[in-house]
Design a protein around this ligand. Structure first.
Ligand code: SAH
Length: 249
């Protein structure tokens, strides 16, 4: 496993098993052979979010396509905590940042949420999904979180499954209570981050009245939405998630 980090990782949709041959599409060929400069015989790693991670070798390197031979499985499939990130889309570069960092931080599903003060720039889903794939390839995780269609906050809350807790990041909140029993798998959660303009009074009132919602402070300073997303996921992972907690759990 020592050299695993040195290898290029490629997310594929195909089923994976030792001995399989994979065809590469234009984007994959461009990435592997154009950008990363791999040639025939080069080793890499492939994963599909279902079958684990496999060693692979380039068997054909074309300008528009190519092929890989799949070798042995090097990691069993594993998945992280059931943790969604609900975020109000902000400006393009900051939204890209939110998606990339949320994938690195181990979020399992990303949901763009339209709120009262969300700047209604169009959400480029294909771009966000490509960002998610790239971040997953880079950070070593074995799955790519889904980037869901944008949804209005009200509709999202109307259809909410109350078994999923909602960490409502509210700069006006005094405290955060994210207590979890050490060693126990946490229930499903979602983190909610508002837009640069914050939540409206109406939205805040509704969120504060929901049994499944837990208002959480991220400290005494007002964070930009992208910073808040990383801070909130960090807080959750360190309290309830898959980070070592130093208490043996
Ligand atoms: N409009 C607000 C700030 C919004 S910051 C104002 O200027 O006063 C964008 C989002 O980041 C907020 O909706 C909230 O979800 C989150 N956030 C920022 N700072 C926070 C903090 N200290 N505690 C909790 N959430 C915070």
């Amino acid at each position: 496993m020592a050299d695993r980090s040195a290898k290029i990782r490629l997310f594929v949709h195909d089923d994976l098993a030792e001995g399989a041959a994979l065809r590469l599409d234009l984007a994959q060929a461009n990435y592997l052979f154009g950008v990363m400069r791999l040639g025939t015989g080069a080793p890499l790693l492939v994963f599909n979010g279902r079958d684990g991670e496999f060693a692979a070798t380039v068997t054909e390197a074309g300008r528009k396509d190519g092929a890989l031979a799949v070798g042995e499985r090097v990691r069993e499939q594993a998945c992280g905590p059931d943790l969604w990130l609900l975020f109000a889309p902000v400006k393009k570069a900051r939204t890209d940042f939110i998606v990339e960092k949320a994938v690195e931080m181990g979020a399992s599903r990303l949901v763009p949420v339209m709120t009262r003060y969300t700047n209604t720039e169009r959400v480029k889903l294909e771009r966000l999904r490509a960002n998610a794939v790239e971040a997953a390839e880079q950070c070593g995780r074995l799955d790519v979180p889904e980037v869901a269609e944008p949804v209005a906050l009200g509709a999202l809350l109307d259809g909410w499954d109350p078994a999923r807790r909602l960490m409502f990041c509210d700069e006006r909140s005094e405290a955060g209570s994210l207590a979890g029993a050490p060693g126990e798998a946490p229930p499903p959660w979602a983190v909610l981050i508002g837009p640069e303009g914050g939540f409206s009074e109406e939205e805040r009132d509704r969120l504060r009245g929901l049994d499944f919602a837990v208002p959480v402070s991220l400290g005494p300073r007002i964070l930009r939405a992208d910073t808040a997303a990383v801070a909130a996921l960090t807080l959750w992972q360190s309290r309830l998630g898959d980070w070592p907690r130093g208490d043996g759990s």
